[in-house]
Write a protein that binds this ligand. Sequence first.
Ligand SMILES: [Ca+2]
Ligand SMILES: [Ca+2]
Length: 323
Amino acid sequence: MAAAKSNRGWSLALVLLLLLCCQLCLSAEDWHFTSENYIGRIPECSVACDRLYVTGLERMGIQIKDRQKLSSVKYRIVNREVDEFKADEKIVGDFAFLFIRTKTDGTTNLNRERTAYYSLNVKAKVTLTDGRVVNSFTRVSITIADVNDAPPLFMEYRYQFDVPNTLPVFSTIGEVKATDADEGFNAEIYYAFDEVTEDFAVHPTSGSVYLTRALSHSGRTQYNNQLVAYNRGRGRQTKVPIQFTVVERNQHVPTFTFMPRPAMSAYTPVGMTVLVIKVCKLVSRQPFTHSSYLSKMELDFVLMAVIISASGVLISFTLLDSA
Ligand SMILES: [Ca+2]
Ligand SMILES: [Ca+2]
């Protein structure tokens, strides 16, 4: 009889112990984050961030199943290498929200062009009314949303092109190029001239520079303007000087007139003048094909003699006269 009572006592104690253990086990699981990974975004602030909050598609934090058992919740970022963010907690109804925000020390900045992503390890310390402490961990992946804070930058600090005065209209003169450190629309670049001109054009997206009017009409030797590269978004733009220098090219082909002289024969002595050539409209300052010294003269025409060798081969031109 006494043994039976003793067995019932042990059984009752064992049941109570199992119930207590089961309750403790379930209680610990009840105080975990709703997810092991959260995804959020925050705007770029390359100067100083003023308490910016990370936003996401789902709420971050711990679901409170029994408010009576909860004493406090404390969130903390445990990455030692991340110094830009702080974790806050706020209990609203049956949820202990996790808020990730930038610090407010006035020196924190988020430069997407330097660091585009952050991965935070967050620890939750949950203190229950019965004195127990439950720890839970989660990861918050943060994407920095780009802001158009970088203006386009030209590859050159100034552009200079030599343009032949004979270049046909709509010919390509050259190309300009700028880059942008932002992304998406904020990095799209368009080109234009600062001052409207009818002489030149720049393709808005490729940067190719064209001649749009014959240069001979004005007689100018130089054109100066400002080249602009701008973003589609909020008016970020950069200007650099651009200069076109007109380079003269020979537009007048010399004409030759052969002045009669005695015909050659088998007895024509070596060194005798056999032909005189008259070259008209010699106005170019550019090198002449066979007589470079002619190119330095601004004459309407010159007279040249052709000297032949004994074998009848042309060997030189000689300047005879000019007018
Ligand atoms: Ca930009
Ligand atoms: Ca940016």
